[in-house]
Design a binder for this molecule. Structure first.
Ligand code: VGL
Ligand code: ZN
Length: 240
């Protein structure tokens, strides 16, 4: 038996009014989630390479930009990330003889999907999308700048140990709750959200403010992994 208090505690202290509890007494997706001062919005990789016309374009990647701009207005704290690779980055298929984009290779730290060249440091493709408008964003964190290590996550590189410092930054600023939006749902958004959980943050992904690549079922897989990690999947309409 799950009583109402357990449901509320299970939501990690997010206030859920009785009126929003469904027939079974289980909280529905309609429960409003409030941003509050101890929250941060992480806007992941909204960069030219990842929107239509870019070298690793995510379908409809441009369509989330107005929504992200709007969501960001409700957050005092906003951090943006920027995928920021060397021109000869290990995640590029072009660096592996005989390999094509979306194939994988084994690297010392594990499996690595290979991508078209994208987000090369200092290039137009690596710039944040022009229509992204979040003037109050406090930090832009670059990632993936070590030639031999990829970093989907904004917190920890793909070797599983090199930190970007973001976790410490957020903790030192008293942040408890992390909301993630951006590109791509099944890679940088998912890895960022799962690492946020690992570091002890209450973590939400705002699904309609993300778009996925969905290579070989990766989108469904990533949602399953996020669920298992305790990441909460919400819609922008769930925000208070
Ligand atoms: C991403 C693949 C390679 C992402 C970045 O932003 O999701 N995906 N680099
Ligand atoms: Zn990348």
């Amino acid at each position: 038996m799950v009583d109402r208090r357990q449901v509320m505690m299970g939501l990690g202290g997010v206030a859920v009014s009785a009126a929003l509890l469904g027939r079974a007494g289980i909280a529905q997706a309609a429960a409003k989630v409030s941003a509050g001062g101890k929250s941060v919005l992480i806007v992941v990789d909204v960069q030219n390479c990842f929107v239509p016309g870019g070298s690793l374009a995510v379908k409809e990647g441009d369509q989330i930009v107005p929504l992200i701009n709007k969501i960001a207005k409700g957050f005092e704290n906003v951090v943006m990330t920027q995928d920021w690779h060397t021109a000869d980055h290990v995640s590029f298929a072009s660096q592996h003889a005989g390999k094509k984009p979306f194939e994988a290779v084994k690297l010392p730290y594990g499996n690595q999907v290979l991508w078209p060249d994208h987000c090369v440091q200092g290039t137009e493709g690596a710039q944040l999308v022009k229509d992204l408008s979040i003037p109050h964003a406090q930090l832009v964190i670059r990632k993936g700048f070590h030639k031999n290590v990829d970093s989907y996550s904004a917190f920890t590189e793909a070797d599983g140990k090199t930190t970007t410092g973001l976790g410490g930054y957020l903790k030192q600023r008293g942040i408890k709750r992390v909301f993630v939006v951006g590109l791509a749902t099944d890679f940088c958004v998912a890895w960022t959200a799962m690492d946020a959980r690992k570091q002890g943050f209450e973590t939400y992904v705002i699904e309609d403010a993300c778009r996925g690549i969905d290579a070989q079922g990766s989108l469904a897989k990533s949602w399953a992994s996020m669920k298992a990690a305790g990441v909460k999947r919400i819609q922008s309409s769930d925000l208070a």
